[in-house]
Design a protein around this ligand. Structure first.
Ligand code: ATP
Length: 320
């Protein structure tokens, strides 16, 4: 392959720029030409495509968000949209595409693959909810941002003897709540992958109060319910001086962590290695610290993301 393109799609995630940089630089190193597509699939269909040079991706490795911008473009779920996208790629003489994004973006890459267009997916979402990889780009940074916020909330919780209910992003996955919760020493972590018993949680808070514990931190993944809904449930069991904190979009931004920058660089590098060999229809991932490539159709149709639930069990046994 001599000419490839790259786009970022869906929700932005810290580290996407590091992946854009790695794809661009590695491709140029291999003697290929690289095109950047603005605004994800919307820009692809509209032909918002420009050539990227070495310096176009300079000074971006440290930045959050995506310099290629991102967009939600539901029209790409139609065959008409997909064929228009392929037409644009062919018009520019582009032979392969790298898609960085989450689950929805992967479905776009899957559609292109089914039309026979060589595409490689890179998992980029803070939610960590993509099959075919242990970690996605942005998850580590987002978890660290949540951790920093929860550490601060703990100060107030302790000073005022409060129960903080912290609602965090993650769509239908509990990974951010789980990892940040364990790291923050949260008393309870409520995630979609495990049922919870509100009476048990209330009893746990009462017991810890009895032994003199002043703070209580409860992480609630947005995929379960809102923080306010959880508060309403808990307050039916007693007065725990609850306060709700919704961290929201602040968790999506910021400079990527070391881990996300390195992971993104590895993924970008690997994606180009694959396209260089003419291999498409794949998605890259990390499994037991090894960078892998899997069939994108099999990954999306037959595999499921599972968070590390040993963290959940462990947290219940070390926090009381
Ligand atoms: P995040 O998980 O961070 O929100 P995402 O990639 O899952 O990221 P979506 O909005 O679900 O975000 O999807 C991004 C884009 O991918 C959509 O706007 C659309 O252009 C494309 N897309 C989503 N689903 C499909 C599908 N079934 N077929 C083709 N394209 C799709």
């Amino acid at each position: 392959m001599k000419r490839i393109a790259i786009l970022t799609s869906g929700g932005d995630a810290p580290g996407m720029n590091a992946a854009v940089r790695a794809v661009t630089r590695k491709a140029i190193y291999e003697g290929m030409e690289v095109y950047g597509i603005n605004y994800g699939y919307a820009g692809l269909v509209a032909g918002d495509i420009r050539k990227l040079d070495v310096s176009d991706v300079g000074d971006i490795i440290q930045r959050g968000g995506t310099v290629l911008y991102s967009a939600r473009y539901p029209e790409f779920a139609t065959e008409e949209g997909q064929l228009k996208g392929i037409e644009q790629l062919k018009k520019f003489g582009i032979e392969g595409l790298v898609v960085i994004g989450g689950d929805g973006s992967y479905h776009g890459a899957l559609a292109l693959t089914k039309h026979g267009y060589p595409t490689v997916g890179i998992p980029g979402t803070i939610d960590n909810d993509i099959p075919g990889t242990d970690y996605t780009i942005g998850f580590d940074t987002a978890s660290n941002t949540v951790l920093e916020a929860v550490d601060k909330l703990r100060d107030t919780a302790t000073s005022h003897v409060r129960t903080f209910i912290i609602e965090v992003m993650g769509r239908d996955a509990g990974d951010i709540a789980l990892w940040a919760g364990v790291a923050a020493g949260a008393d309870y972590i409520v995630i979609p992958e495990r049922e919870f018993d509100i009476k048990e949680i209330a009893a746990k808070i009462s017991k810890s109060r009895e032994r003199g514990k002043r703070h209580c931190l409860i992480m609630v993944a947005e995929g379960v319910m809102s923080g306010q809904e959880f508060k309403d449930l808990l307050s039916q069991e007693g007065d725990f001086h609850e306060r709700v904190s919704v961290l929201g979009h602040v968790v999506r931004g910021g400079a990527p962590s070391v881990r996300d920058r390195v992971l993104a660089s590895k993924f970008g590098w690997k994606a180009v290695e694959l396209l260089k060999e003419g291999k498409g229809g794949l998605c890259v991932g990390i499994r037991n610290e090894e960078i892998i490539a899997s069939d994108i159709i099999d990954t999306l149709e037959n595999q499921k993301h599972h968070p590390d639930l040993t963290l959940y069990t462990m947290n219940n046994e070390i926090t009381f």
